[in-house]
Design a protein around this ligand. Sequence first.
Ligand code: SAM
Length: 205
Amino acid sequence: MNSPDHIEKPNAPATARNRQAILEVLQVELASAVDVLEIGSGTGQHAVFFAQAMPNLLWQTSDRSINLDGIRAWVDDSSLNNVLPPLSIDVLENPQVGQTFDAVFSSNTAHIMSEAAVRKMFALVGQVLRPGGAFCLYGPFNIDGKFTSDSNAEFDRSLKEQDPAMGIRELDNLHRLAASNGMQPANHYALPANNQLIVWRRREE
Ligand SMILES: C[S@@+](CC[C@H](N)C(=O)[O-])C[C@H]1O[C@@H](n2cnc3c(N)ncnc32)[C@H](O)[C@@H]1O
């Protein structure tokens, strides 16, 4: 039987391609943050890379239960003391996280989650983000109802073939969700491969 000690570390090659560009934004946006919650950490590779590059930040991983062993394997193997083993967070289950953070980061999740799950993710971020804190969401997004590239249109088609609930989200809808959960647009970065990193900040109380 496999014990967590024998879990193979999962590999998502895309993380190696996008992590440097994301890091350069996070180093600016999270310059004064102390702790960050990541939603949908996936393999845990981003978490380990960002925690190593930003040693002043405490990085809290999380994901659905199916991914937790893999994330734990990456975190344990890193021997870093500023990346924490994953919390079990499925946004659809209205998780009670019980703590607040200076920042929330999530990568390539909004097009995988259903629209209902995206709404719940923004609600959770609204609950856990401290005033002034940043929500940094990376991925492909549509602008003014249009795909930003032919490759994103094709990607959207392939997602919907797998599951009609998946799909690239419209940025205006995300701005509305952010507003209804106490956040306002702060920054918008165009990154390689037709991806974007959107930053909202929680209003000061
Ligand atoms: C394409 S992967 C991205 C993983 C990682 N963030 C990355 O960039 O490599 C999508 C992630 O969204 C997570 N996810 C999907 N639905 C979710 C939900 N309801 N609650 C929390 N995470 C969810 C998946 O478990 C998975 O880790």
